[in-house]
Structures are given as C-alpha cells and as structure tokens.
Write a new protein. Structure first.
Length: 365
C-alpha cells in the first residue's frame, strides 16, 4: 500500500526556456523522487521566458494498511480515528468541541500533526525533509549546470515556503496536517535563465548520481557577490575574491590530493603563482589544458585583483580596477576548474573570449 507525497513551492526570480512550455521533469532512479519545474497560471501567462514557475517534488512510499486507513478516514470522511490518535478525544479549543469523541472534525477546524499516530508523524517528517533536500539540491545543480543567476542560499529558514501534500487513492492531493516544511527561497537577484535541453538532462543525471554531488562552494560565493554588486560593491569584491581563493584551494584538493593539506590550511595562497606555475604541473597531460599559456595576459588581472582586495581589506582604499572584470575572470576560472575536473559541459559556461583563447570553441556572451 502506498501514500503519495507532494512538496510544492513558487520559484521566484527565475524564468524558463520558452522552447519547453511543458516545463522540465527529473526522476532520481535510486529513490523514486520526481522533481518538476513548470509554469503556473493561465496559458496566456506563458510568454517569452516563462515566469510564475512552480517547483514540485513528489514520491510514493510504502505504508502499512493502518497508516493508509488513517489517512483515508481523515481525507474522505474528515474523521480522526479515536483508537489511533495519541490525543484524548473529545478535543476542545476555547470550550468549543473541535473533534468529537467519535473523531468527527468540526467544520472550519484543521487538525495539527499532533493528532496523527506517532509513526505517521515520523513518516511525514522524514518524507518532507527528503523531498525538500532533493528539491534544493536539484535547483542548485541545475543553476550551476546552466549558469543561471540566483542567491547562494536556496533555503531561508526564516520564511516557511514549502507546502506538503498527500493522498492515497484520491484524485487530488490534500494538505498534510502539520507545520509547513523548511522553506526554499529564491530571491530575485536578477532573473536566472533556466534551460532544460536533452543534453542538460543527461548531464544533470550524471551530476546527481555522483556521490556528494553539489553546487561547489566557490560558485555559491560568486553568486552571493554578484547578488550584492549594486548595493554593496566593496563587500561584493571581497566575497568575489574569497570565491576565487576557495575555488583554487578546492580545485587543488581534488586534482592534487598530496597537496590538499597545504591548499586547505595555507593562509592567502599566491593565486597568480598557482595559476601560472602550479596548475601547469598538475594538468600538463590534459588536452583541455594545452592552451593555458594563451590566457597569460588575462591571468595578470588576478594580480591586480589581489592588490585591490588587499587595499580595500587592509586600509579601505578605493579599488583601481573594474569589479565587473574581477567577477568575469573569477567566473571564467571557476568554470575552467570544472572542466579540468571532468565537467566538459562547463566549456560552454566561460566567456566567449576566454573559451576562444583556450581553444574550446565555445563560451557564453
């Protein structure tokens, strides 16, 4: 016997590929969790770059006959089974009987999770968390894969956003009688353009199946920096530099495990020396790296970036260079690191000029 769960949330701050009005759908073969992003609303709302997006995650899980029966009584008859609920019936609120001794629920009253049998409460909590974690991870991997904008924090625990529903044999889902699950908040830091080509779907499936596959921390930090550029350019510069520093350290840890300790614990590593001198040592046999010397002049921008960062951090001086240039070189390098770590799709995420210099014949605008 099965109980079917559905988790939903509005996906604000994103637009969707107008060539796929049907939205996107992804299923984790290992767990059976299905995740969808679709345009909500009337058909006329589905203009260029669909907005009004709804994120959905659902799963069907095994349940006992008693659990299914309890849910069906609740949904079909609005009855709490007296011999299964841990709450003594009848139940009163402000001297008003809201649940009778036979379990009948008064009109206008919605019982809380306290009325569910303990094992059913535990099932709801477990499934709710699993769906939330999968939905958040999916959004993070997708935005990394397709280079979509959005904030570093997908979840904002301060504002409940996720809604959890369930059903057994019913045609439609009904709300689970418990507090809404931990939220997912996508703040509009500039609309993120989500796409979902067949290639995207295949690549994300591989990322999903990779053990501990997550959007890298360096990309999250860069996302945070880009999100506050207009409001606080100084903080954006410092965070952007941290993104580059973290990206280099984590890249070395992955590609040169023997140097992982130094990369992790050495304070303020000489970024330019690492980029010009050390990376050629650990990637010398990789075809994608053979034109690294062609970006030598671009890498000099990293040295200027470090000087401006130190001036700002240590004495509060104004920067001499361009923050936009620093963000661009950081983004290009982070995606280049992804390529060298085996993510061939990242070749299409670097800027056009950067990709041309490396001979990748690809790149973003």
């Amino acid at each position: 016997m099965k109980i079917h769960f559905l988790l939903t949330e509005r996906l604000d701050g994103y637009v969707f590929n107008p060539h796929r009005p049907e939205g996107l759908s992804f299923t984790d073969a290992a767990t059976g969790v299905k995740i969808e992003i679709r345009a909500d609303g009337e058909e006329g709302d589905f203009g260029f770059g669909h907005r009004n997006l709804k994120l959905r995650a659902n799963i069907s899980c095994d349940a006992t006959e008693r659990q299914v029966g309890f849910v069906e009584s609740l949904l079909n008859e609005r009855i709490i089974r007296p011999n299964e609920t841990p709450i003594t019936l009848p139940y009163f609120i402000d001297q008003r009987e809201v649940i009778a001794s036979d379990g009948e629920i008064a009109i206008g009253y919605s019982p809380t999770s306290d009325f569910l049998p303990t094992e059913l409460q535990e099932l709801c909590v477990f499934i709710g968390r699993e769906l939330e974690e999968n939905a958040v991870r999916f959004v993070q991997l997708l935005r990394w894969l397709v280079k979509a904008g959005g904030p570093v924090n997908v979840r904002d625990r301060g504002v409940p956003c996720f809604s959890l529903y369930w059903k057994t044999t019913q045609e439609v889902y009904h709300s689970v009688p418990w507090p809404k699950q931990g939220p997912i908040t996508i703040i509009d830091f500039g609309s993120g353009g989500l796409t979902w080509s067949d290639e995207d779907q295949q690549t994300l499936s591989r990322l999903w199946d990779t053990r501990n596959g997550q959007e890298p921390l360096a990309h999250q930090l860069l996302r945070e920096a880009k999100g506050i550029v207009e409001h606080n350019s100084r903080s954006a510069l410092l965070i952007c530099y941290s993104a580059l520093e973290v990206g280099i350290k984590q890249h070395i840890s992955k590609c040169a495990p023997d140097a992982a300790w130094l990369a992790k614990y050495a304070p303020s590593p000489p970024l330019l020396k690492i980029l010009k001198g050390y990376l050629p040592e650990i990637h010398r046999d990789k075809p994608d790296f053979e034109n690294w010397a062609a970006i030598k002049l671009k890498l000099n921008l990293v040295n200027k970036f470090a000087e401006d960062r130190n001036k700002l951090a240590h004495s509060g001086e104004s920067i001499a260079g361009s923050l936009n240039d620093y963000i661009r070189i950081t983004e290009d390098l982070l995606f280049a690191f992804d390529v060298f770590e085996g993510h061939a799709w990242a070749k299409n995420r670097v800027s056009r000029e950067f990709g041309k210099l490396l001979g990748w014949n690809s790149g973003a605008d």
